[in-house]
Design a protein. Structure first.
Length: 319
């Protein structure tokens, strides 16, 4: 008589399945904000001028500089792009060709920079490297580098602007709100100002305490060392002040990675202080310009690029 194989205990199977689902959920939540940029290592094609690639600046970081040929009188304003990726991933090659061409055709030099990324490749609880504020230190040093070397690249040092996506948006807001000489201005060219004329913050986290450590506990340890104080220092809302540099805030109405309440809070704080700011709420858009639902995002991706150009022109690029 054949021996019957015993079936596994249903309770054990159910418990194992729940554990697997929980582990996947933690992994997925961590990846949403840390992997919100493309992994394409190729920089965008640039056919309307000269591209200076992999220019070394601070802390062994590099940037790409795109100088249009047919633009008007020199020197030219420069728009600095800061990529997203949860301060752990991403690359200067994540610069969108749509934004690059819109800005270059309007007479802007465009610089896209890398910055140090928080790394916990072995174990996120064992002293990850390059924790915050390394990222904003590099962004500010990159701005100072461009100002010091303005003549070499035909840059007008008085017309430096910045735009960024996700945590790149957070970094450009921090650059706008902390001014030209702050606690984050360390390293080379420290006597040179890191001030920018205006910023476009696209769905960047703005008020991290409470929300970020609860939504992204693993990233909280990797990027901020589990320090609530660092969350405060990384929050643009913490630096809101009267007479701040102009900030355009772009936010997807259907964003679940960085909820619209984050952008709304920054906008409300700046508005209450009388600052020059605007909140552009994009219908049908999730994180990183993703379409949510059957209808296209509104305004369109191309229109958002055009609005970025207009914001910079409004606040000094064409004066």
């Amino acid at each position: 008589m054949a021996r019957r194989k015993s079936l596994p205990d249903p309770a054990i199977v159910c418990t194992a399945a729940i554990l697997l689902i929980c582990l996947y959920s933690v992994f997925a939540v961590h990846r949403v904000i840390a992997s919100n940029t493309s992994t394409n290592p190729s920089p965008p094609a640039f056919t309307i001028g000269t591209a200076y690639r992999d220019v070394a600046y601070c802390n062994s970081q590099t940037l790409d500089i795109y100088v249009p040929t047919s633009a008007g009188s020199r020197p030219l304003p420069v728009a600095v792009f800061v990529h997203g990726g949860g301060l752990q991933q991403g690359d200067k090659t994540d610069l969108s060709p749509t934004f690059l061409n819109a800005l270059a055709k309007s007479g802007f030099i465009v610089a896209s920079l890398n910055y140090r990324l928080a790394d916990a490749s072995l174990n996120y609880r064992l002293a990850p490297t390059n924790q915050f504020p390394a990222q904003i230190q590099d962004v500010k040093c990159g701005i100072r580098y461009l100002r010091v070397h303005a003549q070499a690249y035909q840059i007008n040092p008085n017309k430096i602007f910045a735009f960024g996506t996700s945590f790149g948006g957070t970094l450009v807001s921090l650059a706008a709100l902390t001014g030209g000489h702050s606690r984050f201005d360390v390293g080379p060219y420290v006597r040179t100002s890191s001030a920018i004329a205006a910023a476009v913050d696209m769905f960047g986290p703005a008020d991290l305490p409470g929300w970020f450590n609860a939504a992204y506990p693993q990233d909280f340890h990797i990027v901020f060392g589990g320090s609530p104080a660092k969350l405060v220092l990384a929050s643009p809302t913490h630096y809101a002040k009267a007479d701040a540099q102009p900030i355009l805030i772009v936010q997807g109405a259907a964003d679940t990675a960085v909820p619209a309440s984050q952008s709304a809070e920054l906008y409300q704080k700046l508005s209450a202080l009388g600052d020059r700011t605007q909140l552009l709420l994009v219908s049908n858009m999730g994180h990183m310009f993703a379409q949510v639902g059957s209808q296209p995002i509104d305004p369109s991706f191309t229109q958002i690029a055009a609005d970025t150009v207009r914001w910079f022109e409004l606040y000094g690029a064409k004066s």
